[in-house]
Write a protein that binds this ligand. Structure first.
Ligand code: FNR
Length: 386
């Protein structure tokens, strides 16, 4: 269908499923084992209800925010998803260009199909055409910011080299994935044979010892170090001044350990259901983890951000997470399916759709600014917490 008939992020998924080669669809859409975690990521949002306020002047609404100290036109960042060229010849550059134009932050995956430098070179230094709805916000211009995602290599010197190179090139944050000492069994993907057809040609680290009979994910992930442990966090802090965020936290104890380890944030995530199946969703873990963090210092803590990802497809999903204490949320497949179907324009359309949804949802919730969001605006009693 023509792009203007796409009305929400679910529509992109239907198009991607129809147009992607089976191997790409399997890699992007798959999740581990019985795919319970990925289904629950969506379902959890449906267990949180809004309690809107009325009769407040909501003429002017502003949904911009700050993510790790950088301005963002939406409380959403583009989470790392590997192998963009499986979906579209321009791969991750579709995301970079759309993000630059619309003032949002992209996390560059370790296993990007475009090289790191190619992606950074595609960033305009300043957004030229901030869309009008965003111009209404007090933030009148955005400098494009990107974050680096790292799977940690067994060869730490290599990891150090990539991190320090990224910092030199102006990257504003480092997300270290901590929920993947071994890749989950994504059976849909494993049924496909890995053929290196160029999509992953520029993957920097993933090619050694490739096993070709267990799908793409396994083929490209053999370099990941399963010995990564808390004792390595001070080393990361010593090699970079970028804010460090641990991606893939689920337990309140680990959240507290992250705070105490001196990192700047955590992502509550089950990796889009692709790692440990039956791991509870980020949204459901949020309530318990915020409660635990409140026992260890000021809240909200300006020095420690809690992000969530998994199943976010609507601005209403994001607003629920923010009400329960998240600083911002990550979106993976939503943008991946958008560029797989329509390239850069698809990503731009996805951002515009989300922006329209923020405007409407915030007006109907009775808030004009994200700082007004609080737990009283939601009923989360049906979440499985406590
Ligand atoms: C991912 N994700 C991911 N995460 C990560 O830390 N490193 C990675 O290389 C990847 N690669 C990746 C590939 C693909 C195809 C998908 C779909 C996802 C997980 C991603 O960053 C994020 O946690 C989830 O995608 C969030 O869930 P949704 O938005 O896809 O539902």
């Amino acid at each position: 269908p023509p792009l203007d008939e796409i009305l929400n992020l679910h529509d992109f998924e239907a198009v991607a499923r129809a147009v992607l080669p089976p191997k790409a669809w399997a890699y992007y859409s798959s999740a581990s084992d019985d795919e319970i975690a990925i289904r629950e990521n969506r379902a959890a949002f449906q267990r949180v209800w809004f309690l809107p306020r009325i009769l407040r002047d909501v003429t002017k609404v502003d949904w911009s925010t700050t993510i790790l100290g950088q301005k963002s036109s939406l409380p959403i960042y583009i989470s790392a998803t590997a192998l963009g060229k499986l979906g579209h010849p321009d791969g991750e550059l579709n995301l970079t260009r759309a993000a630059g134009k619309h003032g949002i932050i992209q996390m560059i995956p370790t296993l990007a199909s475009c090289s790191f430098d190619e992606i950074v070179d595609a960033c305009p230094t300043k957004s030229t055409s901030i869309p009008s709805a965003v111009r209404a916000s007090p933030l009148s211009d955005y400098v494009q910011h990107i974050m680096l995602h790292r799977y940690v290599n067994r060869d730490r010197e290599l990891t150090k080299k990539y991190v320090q190179h990224a910092e030199k090139r102006g990257v504003s944050g480092l997300f270290i994935t901590v929920d993947a000492p071994q890749l989950g069994r994504r059976e849909k993907d494993m049924r496909m044979k890995f053929v290196d057809d160029g999509a992953g040609a520029k993957v920097q680290e993933g090619q050694s010892g490739v096993k070709k009979d267990q799908g793409i994910a396994r083929a490209i992930s053999s370099f990941i170090d399963p010995s990564l442990a808390w004792k390595d966090i001070p080393w990361f802090r010593s090699i970079t001044k970028m804010p460090i965020v641990l991606k893939g936290v689920a337990s309140p104890q680990d959240a507290i350990m992250a705070l105490e380890a001196g990192v700047q944030g955590i992502v509550l995530s089950n990796h889009g259901g692709r790692q440990l199946d039956n791991a509870r969703s980020g949204l459901e873990n949020l309530v318990d983890i915020v409660a635990a963090l409140k026992t260890r210092g000021p809240w909200p803590n300006p020095k420690f951000s809690v992000f969530i990802d998994g199943g976010v497809r609507r601005a209403s999903d994001v607003l629920k997470a923010l009400a329960l204490g998240a600083s911002a949320v990550g979106v993976g497949r939503g943008f991946l399916y958008a560029f797989s179907s329509y390239g850069q324009e698809g990503v731009e359309r996805a951002i515009e759709i989300l922006r329209d949804e923020f405007e409407m949802n915030m007006r109907l919730l009775g808030i004009t600014n994200l700082s007004e969001i609080n737990p009283d605006l939601v009923d989360a009693s049906r979440l499985g917490t406590g």
